[in-house]
Design a protein around this ligand. Structure first.
Ligand code: ADP
Ligand code: MG
Length: 281
């Protein structure tokens, strides 16, 4: 297996990342229970660009009801797998207690975790070649990212997009390649559906990743992966493309497994020459 990890990936030339004058929120793209997404115009001396600012709802007003399973691998008081064979605690005991009791401090910690996770996951996926919006800045209450769409309209969600039957095979191939990118990165989206995929100029964009989990560490990751794949294949099937969710699931599981074995192998400093000379192998 050749490991494809593009180290350098071209950032869209339309994006302004330096020497800008200001950012102005010019409209609300979508308001949700967990977050609102605003359209932002970033101005520089000679040009401007549009960005999307996803701002999470204030932690005092959020329910955080489905938080536990997505962060179970970060519990401070439980045993979790780390790289498959070590055990570690991430949060301190007091922090974990605050989280469990949903105290003010606990809610603020959860709030920050979601944003940090979305920020880190977007960066990891972007570097791995997955078509996600480029993460521009970690805001205090959310994330500023590449905007998908144009001056007239934001990219529709796949669920609401006009899709011709002839496009379906190509879109499914894109989905599979993107999901292989998740596997290379050791991640599972865990909330994938045609509502969290945008379609613009024939390209699929995967969005909304705050709940993404590391495959090896989160004990529910396999179940999340199966649900993700089933959601997407159900949509493709309904649109008229024959695709097999179990088949895609099996492909992605085996990619996760291969890459994770390779990660552990490298983490232990076992280069290929070492393996050949090691009598125990
Ligand atoms: N980068 C983006 N470019 C264009 N539209 C976006 C972008 N990010 C989010 N949106 C729009 O905002 C909606 C909500 O964003 P999402 O990340 O799915 O948050 P949530 O579903 O948690 O509210 C999306 O369905 C999409 O319509
Ligand atoms: Mg969403």
């Amino acid at each position: 297996m050749t490991r494809l990890r593009p180290q350098v990936r071209a950032i869209s030339p339309a994006l302004i990342l330096e020497d800008f004058i200001d950012d102005e929120e010019i409209g609300l793209l979508k308001s949700g229970k967990e977050a609102d997404v605003y359209l932002v115009r970033r101005r520089a001396a000679a040009r401007s660009c549009l960005l999307a600012a996803k701002r999470y709802v204030d932690p005092d007003e959020r329910a955080f009801k489905s938080n536990a399973r997505y962060f179970a691998h970060e519990r401070g008081d439980g045993f979790v797998r780390d790289g498959g064979d070590r055990r570690r605690a991430v949060a301190g005991r007091n922090t974990q207690k605050a989280i469990d009791q949903r105290s003010r401090h606990g809610r603020a910690v959860i709030h920050d975790r979601w944003i940090d996770n979305e920020w880190n996951v977007l960066g990891t996926l972007w570097r791995a070649g997955v078509n996600v919006p480029y993460p521009v800045e970690r805001l205090q209450d959310g994330i500023l990212m590449e905007y998908v769409g144009d001056e007239e309209q934001a990219a529709p969600r796949l669920a609401n997009a006009r899709v011709e039957r002839a496009q379906l095979r190509g879109l499914f191939d894109q989905l599979r390649e993107n999901l292989k990118g998740f596997a290379r990165s050791g991640l599972v989206h865990a909330d994938l559906s045609p509502y969290n995929v945008l379609l613009w100029d024939e390209l699929l964009w995967i969005i909304d990743v705050p709940q993404a989990v590391p495959y090896l560490e989160n004990l529910d990751a396999t179940e999340f992966l199966h649900r993700d794949v089933t959601n997407m294949c159900t949509w493709f099937n309904r649109k008229g493309l024959a695709c097999d969710a179990e088949d895609l699931f099996a492909t992605l599981l085996s990619e996760q497994f291969d890459y994770r074995m390779e990660d552990r192998f490298h983490a232990k400093g076992l280069g290929s020459t070492h393996v050949r000379s090691c009598p125990n192998w």
